[in-house]
Ligand binder design. Sequence first.
Ligand code: ZN
Length: 401
Amino acid sequence: MRFDTIWLDARLATLAPDRSGLGIIERGAVAAKDGRIVLAAPLAELPTGWDAINRIVLDGRLVTPGLVDCHTHLVYAGDRAHEFELRLCGASYEEIARAGGGMTTTVKATRAASENDLVAATLPRLDRLLAEGVTTIEVKSGYGLDLETEVRMLRAGRRLARERDVEIVTSFLAAHALPPEANGDKERYIDKVCAMIPVIAESKLADAVDAFCEAIAFSPEQTARVFRAARAAGLPVKLHADQLSNLHGAKLAADFSALSADHLEYTDEEGCTALARAGSVAVLLPGAFYVLREKQVPPVAGLRRHRVPMAIATDSNPGTSPITSLLLVMNMAATLFGLTVDEVVAAVTREAARALGREGQTGTLEPGKLCDLAIWNVERPVDLIYRMGFNSLHARIRRGR
Ligand SMILES: [Zn+2]
């Protein structure tokens, strides 16, 4: 057997579901051919007579699947540093909103930005994620809130995959907030969003439809209308659910067989069972929890009890989670939400891929998957999570290169 590349003498965290825990293989090897994994096995089990164009000895380093950041708002213009500063000087959220701050600031800046501007503003954030071994990233629209700007954001998202060696998955999130020109009429704006969905589906610019179900955003009924339009257009859905209150968003997402329900701080037992039944992934976002200094933690025990797959993500956005480090978020998920080491590593690999419907392509080290790897200058998975602000990436491999 002739491989393109083989990485030898590594500790593999395969995440293969038929192995226990992280599916660790001590003294293992991974081999790639035509961009895909063709072997992930102990050195002792290498086939006789193997050969490779490139052979790389890793001296016991840890190899995980390339990391997956499955919930980001990475594409936007401007920033909200000034509001951060005002809040530190005692201004309330209401005062900032009255002064035209909050998400409106980002919507204005994003509407004024060209596609090139958006790509240029996003690349430095993207590069920080790539430097930590991330190989697949989800990006959402949702700061345009009109068809033209939403399309521009999604185009900018797709462009990122041409500017850098990364897999980009896009979600259409026009149901993120009410635009200022809607004058408080949420029903009419949702009519418009539902009319945008077939256009977006036709353009192939979005891989999924997302919404924000919350008192400050859209009601469960309005969210269901968006989901029905997505279903009619053949697009899967995901949801910002139960972040600030329990509107039974997790249950609603599950009723529409959502890929994921995200945030979930206020999700109850019924929500956990619904997610389990639907096979939807619970995406936990400790960055926003930290920035907003929330007290209510997501129901991790309930999610475990019902075997709901858990993912974590940066939720990188200018307002509530200006974070471009998935490694830091991994520490937060352990420290703030009590996830175990195995749960955290699975949450940024296998389960994050599942939250994007990409579990057949990436997220584990198994033959047939894309050869997306993160090679670390550490030997144990806990070393990725325990330290804060320490990037131990040795090499990032995408599609075998
Ligand atoms: Zn979000």
